[in-house]
Design a protein around this ligand. Structure first.
Ligand SMILES: CC(C)(COP(=O)(O)OP(=O)(O)OC[C@H]1O[C@@H](n2cnc3c(N)ncnc32)[C@H](O)[C@@H]1OP(=O)(O)O)[C@@H](O)C(=O)NCCC(=O)NCCS
Length: 145
């Protein structure tokens, strides 16, 4: 039986972080466990999901708590996909920063992720119509993604 628990700003041991990020194939993080731990530790807000004690999901946010809330990672163990866990993690982030004007993220251009973020109320810039908003990015290691 599933015993799902969600927690805010839990201090997650590095080993568990690496296992979770490895499970979704995010190898740039996995290759640098200390960097991963630092990134999670320095996030403004982190929410975790555990199933009977096992870390099965995590979402983290960078924010100034006024004008911008950047959702940096949302990840759920593949064994637990399509059970609503990603939705709960992201909804908690959105509720925590409800007062913030801009809620943005970057993600891979894949239909599943588009469906996921659309289901949570995010809109693709391309769907806002012409002459509305533009986005620019500088990305170190873009070819390694
Ligand atoms: C994206 C991700 C976080 C979704 O987590 P999840 O717990 O499986 O998502 P949910 O169960 O809450 O899905 C909510 C809705 O999003 C949509 N959705 C989610 N994954 C989908 C997929 N692979 N294909 C199509 N729609 C999808 C569906 O509408 C789904 O509702 P439904 O299951 O009732 O049809 C998860 O697939 C994941 O960890 N992927 C690897 C890491 C990643 O790419 N993260 C996002 C980029 S930061």
């Amino acid at each position: 039986m599933q015993i799902l628990e969600f927690a805010d700003d839990e201090v997650v041991p590095i080993k568990e972080l690496v296992e979770l990020y490895d499970a979704v194939g995010w190898m740039l993080y996995v290759a640098d466990p200390d960097g991963l731990a630092r990134a999670v530790d320095r996030s403004t807000y982190v929410v975790t999901a555990r199933d009977d004690g096992e870390l099965v999901g995590l979402a983290r946010v960078m924010s100034d708590d006024v004008s911008i809330m950047y959702l940096q990672d949302v990840l759920v163990r593949p064994s637990h996909h399509r059970q609503g866990i990603g939705t709960v993690l992201t909804t908690r982030c959105l509720e925590r920063f409800d007062h913030v004007r801009q809620k943005v993220l970057l993600t891979d251009d894949e239909p599943g992720q588009a469906a996921f973020y659309t289901s949570l109320g995010y809109r693709n810039l391309n769907d806002l119509g012409p002459n509305r908003l533009n986005a620019f990015v500088q990305f170190r290691g873009l070819d390694d993604l």
